[in-house]
Write a protein that binds this ligand. Structure first.
Ligand code: NAD
Ligand code: DAU
Length: 336
């Protein structure tokens, strides 16, 4: 039996990754290591709790000794724990530097001390900054982050690179575009818009709504993350993406149509400072070297995701009860 650790396994992507590992890797025992911040929820793992191959440790990645104790004896660490929301990083960057930079440093030190552990560092296309109307991000695109969030992730990527070169740890870095799917915190575009549309409230579209994101279903992202762990070359970066570029406006209009709500609910609000205009990923390397292929087509995947939020209102109500989350929503949307 192998023992794998998933940091941030109670978050959106992490909880879906744990579910995928338990379903597809019968030889693996998974330990979630998660601090349960406002973004981490045991409710996102309810269907995993009874599995004998599932363990949960509540811990902070900045707590070196606790983290090292969890990592000792493991074969792999999938590192997803992070502060992940750009708007929150603009209102309060300190926590992003602590968790994403110092926390990743602690993860690297725990991996170095444990020996024989493979690290998969889950990063983002946002480290590349913004594209103009044409072109794609490749792994050779210079790092050029715009927000406190993306600069903290870029910093963490550079730490991983240095630990590979200097200390010869075994690590790969994945950089992925915008994920969608079940269990995403209702602070990100799709769940925010579903919740507001269902409540008959205005849908706050930042700026002119023509910013472009490259959407990928969370299960496709996680297939890529697992392939990177299985086949990735140590020290190498792999871009992952869904090849589904959409403007925010087109996405929101489709969401309203699926819910049968009027486009008059769209409200253009003050833009996000430093708002990247366009992201789009070149996934040639992951295709060629890992055999990665996104499988979920965007429109049916979006429709199923919208249905999931409608059918899981109790999960949304529970996670929205968090005081820090409520304070963020008030501050973020009242001042626009
Ligand atoms: P999320 O905010 O939904 O979940 C983050 C998880 O990390 C939560 O469970 C939280 O409790 C945990 N966490 C936060 N600080 C911690 C700490 N100090 N110690 C231990 N646990 C802590 O995030 P997500 O959207 O699932 O993103 C997961 C990872 O994937 C992040 O590293 C993010 O940068 C990366 N990523 C996200 C996307 C996306 O579209 N969401 C795309 C590419 C990459
Ligand atoms: O690209 C990968 C990144 O995708 C990840 O690294 C981040 O962790 C993840 O949060 C996501 O970042 P974005 O900033 O792209 O996601 P968000 O859902 O916050 O916003 C998507 C787009 O929608 C962006 O152009 C801003 C816009 N937006 C967002 C919100 C919350 C709105 O117009 N209105 C909103 O209320």
């Amino acid at each position: 039996m192998q023992r794998w650790i998933v940091t941030g396994g109670a978050g959106f992507i992490g909880s879906n990754l744990v579910r995928q590992i338990l379903a597809t890797r019968p030889e693996v025992e998974v330990t979630v290591y998660d601090a349960l911040t406002y973004a981490g929820h045991r409710e996102s793992l309810v269907d995993c709790e009874a599995n004998p191959r599932f363990r949960f440790v509540q811990g902070d990645i900045c707590d070196g000794p606790a983290l090292s104790a969890a990592v000792a004896g493991a074969q792999r660490v999938y590192h997803l724990a992070a502060e992940s929301h750009v708007d929150r990083s603009i209102h309060g960057p300190a926590e992003f530097v602590r968790t994403n930079v110092e926390g990743t440093f602690r993860v690297l030190e725990a991996v170095r001390a444990a020996k024989g552990v493979r690290l998969v560092h889950v990063s983002t296309d946002e480290v590349y900054g913004s594209l103009g109307p044409t072109g794609l991000f490749t792994e050779e695109t210079p790092i050029d982050p715009s927000s406190p969030y993306s600069s903290s992730k870029a910093s963490s990527d550079l730490l991983v690179q240095a630990w590979c070169r200097t200390f010869k740890i075994d690590a790969v870095i994945t950089r992925c575009s915008n994920n969608y799917g079940p269990y995403q915190m209702p602070e990100k575009l799709i769940p925010v818009m579903v919740r507001k549309a269902l409540a008959g409230q205005p849908l706050p579209v930042y700026g002119d709504g023509l910013n472009v994101r490259d959407w990928i279903h969370v299960d496709d992202h996680n297939r890529g993350v697992l392939l990177a762990g299985d086949k990735g070359e140590s020290g190498r970066v792999y871009n992952l993406g869904g090849e589904a570029e959409r403007t925010n406006l087109a996405l929101v209009k489709r969401l309203l149509a699926h819910l049968g709500r009027p486009e008059s609910l769209i409200a253009y609000v003050t833009d996000r400072p430093g708002h990247d205009r366009r992201y789009a990923m070149d996934i040639t390397r992951a295709r060629r070297e890992l055999g990665f292929e996104p499988e979920v087509r965007f429109e049916p995947g979006l429709d199923a995701t919208i249905d999931w939020y409608q059918q899981n209102a109790a999960w949304c109500d529970a996670v929205e009860g968090n005081a820090s989350h409520r304070a963020h929503l008030t501050r973020n949307y009242q001042q626009r």
